[in-house]
Structures are given as structure tokens and as C-alpha cells.
Design a protein around this ligand. Structure first.
Ligand SMILES: NC(=O)c1ccc[n+]([C@@H]2O[C@H](COP(=O)([O-])OP(=O)(O)OC[C@H]3O[C@@H](n4cnc5c(N)ncnc54)[C@H](OP(=O)(O)O)[C@@H]3O)[C@@H](O)[C@H]2O)c1
Length: 344
């Protein structure tokens, strides 16, 4: 197994999850940029060396996780496939390629049925995964015709440099100094701002466009009308999203609550009396996506619309955990096929 981008936030989370997965029993090769090559990372009670990545490092690798940015994936993923590896890519490099499955196992795991190894599988955008974990059970029951998403995204969604600078601004604040703005370029502490991805001529930023395009690909249906406003908030970890839905068929609040309570990977947190609903601090480190504020949209005919508020750890279900779940599904299938063909 190889991890490219092992020293980053997603890479470190992958290591933590893989160390508890059967996939982590084999040898692992860790790669990063020039900055971290030559260092070590903790791995299963010992340490593993971090090496510089390059096209020649994948010989003998069966499974390669990529989490070092789109440019590195575009440069090296094909070399990993040529060496015989299944690549699970956390970046946006291949997500919209028609021949690359874009997968949330609980939502469209069957998209992996026709996958032929070696090859590339894409992990969706973190906000998209978190939204679709909550919305898909309702979509299956009543058919979402329109979805409006407003995100409240954490600093760690933009990598370790953003986290460090937000923490630095907190230290600057306590010390009464001007805020350091080397990476983010603005005050982030006690502030929020429109998502830091490029903005197109239509005024939508790239994160908003990903949410729309990727949802259509994952649902294999581009008829639901989707719009989004993506915002960065000064939370260290776990994304939150306010989601408004319009349905094709009526769905009561009680039925929605029941569907969500039974859905895999979802925990309903919806205590109106105690004013207790999903919060990023509670979602941090959890595998489940928290769903609450479940209520009928009073602006729509009864049953035809619903509002939700969701929080999910974007480093776990929004990235590393989803990638490991995909790998476990692929390699469990290969193991079954291998034993079946041996039996034949
Ligand atoms: N953060 C999230 O919540 C999240 C969620 C979903 C998807 N993603 C995607 O996952 C990817 C990684 O995100 P992150 O947040 O983990 O970023 P990060 O914390 O900034 O880490 C980036 C990693 O890439 C490595 N790297 C940089 N240049 C490299 C090169 N030329 N060759 C090999 N490795 C190189 C870095 O190594 P050094 O230590 O040497 O710098 C580091 O290990 C991004 O594409 C991001 O969009 C992130």
C-alpha cells in the first residue's frame, strides 16, 4: 500500500484509520513533498519513513491513496495504475471523468461493481459527501427535485497551512498583535468569508460547482436542481451545512426522521426541548454524519419541502474514511473473487 501526501491532514487521518483496518496489515510506503521527505510518521506502534514521491515508486503497490493535491495526482496516478495499483484519489483531478467511478459507498457503492483493477476511483468533495449522506435516504423515498445548500466549512478543509494560520491568529489576538495573514490573506479569527476556491464568470466558486456536478454524477441523475453557497468559518474541524429540499412526492417530517434514523452512517441529533442539534465540535473525530433541525419547510405545500442541518468530520467521512471504505469494498471483492477462482 502507498499513501501519497501522507504528512498532510488527510494523509495522517488515513494512517490512523488504516492502522485499525485489515488493509493496514501489509507493508506501507509513505510519500510527501520535498519538505517532509526524510522524516518519519507513526505507524502501527512503530515509525515508517517518508519518501519523496515520483513515477518510479509504485512497483509492487496494490493500493495507492492520493492526497497531495490535484497536480500531484495528475502527474503520478497513471504511473501507479501502470504499476498495477488501484488508486483512490482524494483530489478533484479525475472526479468528473466519465470512466472514473465517483463513490460514496452508502450512496452509490454499486458504481464499483463494474470497476476493473488496476484503475482510478475518485473520492468526492467533502461537502458533497456530507450532504449526500443525509439527503440520499430522503431522495430515495420522495425524489429531490431541488436542493439548496449553504455550507459553514472548517479551516482544516483547506489543509494544514490554514489550520496553523487560524491558530496563529488566535495567539496574535491574545498577545494583542496584528493578525498574521501570510496564507489566508485576511483576518479569519472572529470572521468568515466566501470559500477560497476560484470564482467563475457566473459568480459561483469552484466548491459550489463541485457540489452541483458531483451530486448529479453520484446520483446518476442531473434533473435535481441544485444551488449552493460555500463559506469558510473559523472552526478548526468538521463542516456544517444547512440544506433545504423540495420533493417530487410528499414526505412527512416523521417519515424523514425515521428514514434518517435507520440510514447507515447517520446519527440524528435533534432535541428541540434542549436546543441540542448538530455541532462541528461534536462531529469532530466521528465517523457518522450528524443530522438535525429536521423540519417541514413552511414556505412549501405541506410535505413537499424539508430543512436539515448537518455536521460531518470532513477529514474522516469527507475524505479518509470514505476512501478506506471504498478500498475495503474493492479488496473484499477481490479476495472473494480470488478464493472463488482458486476453488474453480
Ligand atoms: N482537508 C480536507 O478536509 C480534505 C477533504 C477532502 C479532500 N481533500 C483533498 O485532499 C488533498 C490533501 O488535502 P490536505 O488537507 O491533507 O492537504 P495538506 O494538509 O496541505 O497536505 C498536503 C500533502 O501533500 C504533500 N505534497 C505536497 N507537494 C507534494 C508533492 N509534490 N509530491 C508529493 N506530496 C506532496 C504534502 O507534503 P509535505 O509535508 O512535504 O508538504 C502533504 O503531505 C487535497 O487535494 C484536498 O483538496 C482535503
Amino acid at each position: 500500500m502507498a499513501i501519497v501526501g501522507a504528512t498532510g491532514l488527510v494523509g495522517r487521518e488515513l494512517l490512523a484509520i488504516l492502522s485499525c483496518s485489515p488493509l493496514g496489515r501489509g507493508p506501507v510506503r509513505l510519500f510527501a513533498g520535498a519538505r517532509s521527505a526524510g522524516t518519519t510518521l507513526p505507524w502501527r506502534g512503530a515509525t515508517a519513513p517518508v519518501m519523496a514521491a515520483g513515477p518510479d515508486v509504485f512497483r509492487g503497490v496494490d493500493l495507492a491513496f492520493f492526497c497531495a493535491g490535484g497536480e500531484v495526482s495528475r502527474e503520478l496516478a497513471d504511473a501507479a495504475v501502470a504499476a498495477g495499483a488501484v488508486v483512490i484519489d482524494n483530489t478533484s483531478a479525475f472526479r468528473m471523468q466519465p470512466d472514473v467511478p465517483l463513490v460514496v459507498p452508502e450512496v452509490n457503492g454499486d458504481a464499483l461493481d463494474d470497476f476493473e483493477s488496476p484503475g482510478i476511483i475518485a473520492n468526492p468533495n467533502c461537502s458533497t459527501i456530507i450532504a449526500l449522506m443525509a439527503v440520499t435516504p430522503l431522495h430515495r423515498a420522495a425524489g429531490v427535485t431541488r436542493m439548496v445548500v449553504c455550507t459553514y466549512q472548517a479551516a482544516s478543509g483547506a489543509g494544514h497551512a490554514f489550520v496553523r494560520e487560524l491558530q496563529q491568529q488566535a495567539e496574535d489576538h491574545v498577545a494583542g498583535r496584528p493578525y498574521t495573514q501570510d496564507i489566508i490573506g485576511r483576518p479569519y479569527l472572529f470572521n468568515l468569508f466566501s470559500h477560497d476556491s476560484p470564482i467563475g464568470p457566473d459568480g459561483y466558486n469552484e466548491e459550489e460547482r463541485k457540489l452541483v456536478r458531483e451530486t448529479h454524477k453520484i446520483w446518476d441523475d442531473d434533473t435535481p436542481r441544485i444551488t449552493a453557497t460555500c463559506v469558510r468559518v473559523p472552526v478548526l474541524r468538521a463542516h456544517s451545512e444547512a440544506i433545504n429540499l423540495t420533493f417530487n412526492e410528499p414526505l412527512s417530517e416523521a417519515d424523514a426522521r425515521e428514514l434518517l434514523a435507520a440510514a447507515p452512517g447517520i446519527r440524528v441529533v435533534d432535541d428541540r426541548k434542549a436546543n441540542r442539534f448538530p455541532e462541528p465540535a461534536e462531529a469532530t473525530g466521528l465517523d457518522e454524519v450528524l443530522v438535525g433541525r429536521i423540519r417541514a419547510d413552511i414556505s412549501q405545500p405541506m410535505g413537499m419541502g424539508l430543512d436539515l442541518f448537518v455536521c460531518g468530520d470532513q477529514l474522516r467521512k469527507g475524505a479518509a474514511l470514505n476512501a478506506v471504505q471504498i478500498a475495503e469494498r474493492i479488496f473484499a471483492t477481490s479476495a472473494t473473487e480470488a478464493s472463488a477462482s482458486t476453488a474453480r
